[in-house]
Ligand binder design. Structure first.
Ligand SMILES: Cc1ncc(COP(=O)(O)O)c(C=O)c1O
Length: 376
């Protein structure tokens, strides 16, 4: 029996019916059975993105999707404003350094963007803006709608990493004017790592680069999409998983799913408040907190190693901080097909660890506060 619980912000636990679907025998990826599967998956992803644009399914993790998003529409001399307030915003910047001419707009990790400052960074030459909707490294949700408004006003392409928001939070690619949006498979849709999903607007297609990479050439994906195929051999088992995951999402209903993510993350924040643990993000308003990952400061009196090690010994895996946040924060993911029961279980184990280190005089307050949010 697997008695551990993975509560990191992806990869997430995979539901047993999805694991079973992955055990299906291979099929011909150029036959009608695959085309039916492909069509169901490509269509089924659209509501999660909030888009009428086509969504392409790439065999490769989220970073491949990010690289495709930048490299297909920008060329070496194109100025791109990269908004960075965490590790994944920085990844977009690093990708942009390979393919375009990025201008870095960085604010302290854990804070959000002052929209006026973003606007000031745009020049008449700015061709595109990159940003991360849900910055997994800090637990901050960036103001996508406002950034979208600026992109529209300055006629810039808007490239969004929605890798840890799409499928678990309210995302409106078309309404916000996002030209290229990216999702990763091991996050809110709850399948294993290995696929990324990229939506592309008409406006972006008009600016297709002539110097595209080969494996993630989105024009090749568009051509194959018309035949309900992928240009190269698709990761078939992950398509089987995706189909099952989309069935689960349909059964739950997208709105209810988003509400479950929202409620679980606010339950965790309520528990932290009750336990005297400070949230890491320094943001206003509270709606800027991520709904899919909570980042907390490691409390005084316990080290990162003791905290996460203690959780792990008791079967709960959580993530630490990345880069300069290593040793300073810990992160709990609420993504995919988790249950409230599991969230409460993990919080209870956290209380045990804190109690064992003499940081709590009694156990139960965090779980009680979280339960109240869940039952509201
Ligand atoms: C917001 C965000 N962007 C990009 C990535 C990178 O995705 P991958 O590791 O699937 O390449 C991650 C992974 O955690 C992420 O959370």
């Amino acid at each position: 029996m697997d008695d551990t619980y993975l509560m990191i912000p992806g990869p997430v636990p995979v539901a047993s019916r999805i694991l079973r679907a992955m055990a299906k025998p291979m099929i011909s990826h150029r036959g009608s059975e695959f085309s039916r599967l492909y069509e169901y998956c490509a269509e089924g992803l659209k509501p999660l993105f909030g888009t009428q644009n086509d969504v392409y399914i790439l065999s490769g993790t989220g970073t491949l999707g990010m690289e495709a998003a930048v490299s297909n529409f920008l060329e070496k001399d194109d100025e791109v404003v990269c908004l960075v307030n965490g590790k994944f915003g920085d990844r977009f910047y690093k990708i942009a350094q390979r393919y375009a001419s990025p201008r870095l707009v960085e604010v302290e990790w854990g804070s959000s963007f002052d929209i006026e400052k973003v606007e000031e960074a745009i020049t008449p030459n700015t061709k595109a803006i990159t940003f991360v909707h849900n910055e997994t490294s800090t637990g901050v949700k960036n103001p996508a709608r406002e950034i979208g408004r600026i992109a529209q006003e300055h006629d810039c392409l808007l490239i969004m990493d929605g890798i840890t928001s799409i499928g678990g939070d309210d995302v409106r690619v078309d309404e916000w004017g996002v030209d290229v949006a990216v999702l990763g498979s091991q996050k809110c849709i709850g399948i294993p790592p290995g696929l990324s999903f990229v939506s592309v607007s008409e406006r972006a297609w008009e600016q297709l680069s002539d110097f595209r990479p080969f494996y993630c050439d989105l024009a090749a994906y568009r051509k194959s999409h018309a035949k309900l195929q992928t240009p190269y051999t698709p990761a078939l088992s992950l398509f089987f998983a995706l189909e099952e995951a989309l069935h689960i999402i349909e059964e739950e209903g997208l709105e209810r799913r988003i509400e479950r993510h929202r409620r679980a993350s606010s339950a965790i924040r309520a528990a932290m408040d009750a336990l005297g643990i400070e949230m890491f993000p320094s943001i206003e308003p509270p709606s800027a907190y991520s709904n899919t990952v909570c980042a907390m400061k490691i409390p005084e009196g316990i080290s990162d190693k003791e905290l996460r090690g203690g959780l792990q010994q008791r079967g709960v895996f959580v993530s630490g901080g990345q880069e300069h946040l290593k040793g300073r924060i810990f992160r709990l993911g609420t993504m995919g097909n988790f249950t409230y029961r599991e969230v409460l279980g993990a919080l209870s184990v956290l209380e045990q660890v804190l109690y064992a280190h003499g940081l709590l005089s009694e156990m139960g307050r965090g779980v009680e506060a979280a339960s109240k949010v869940i039952e509201e």
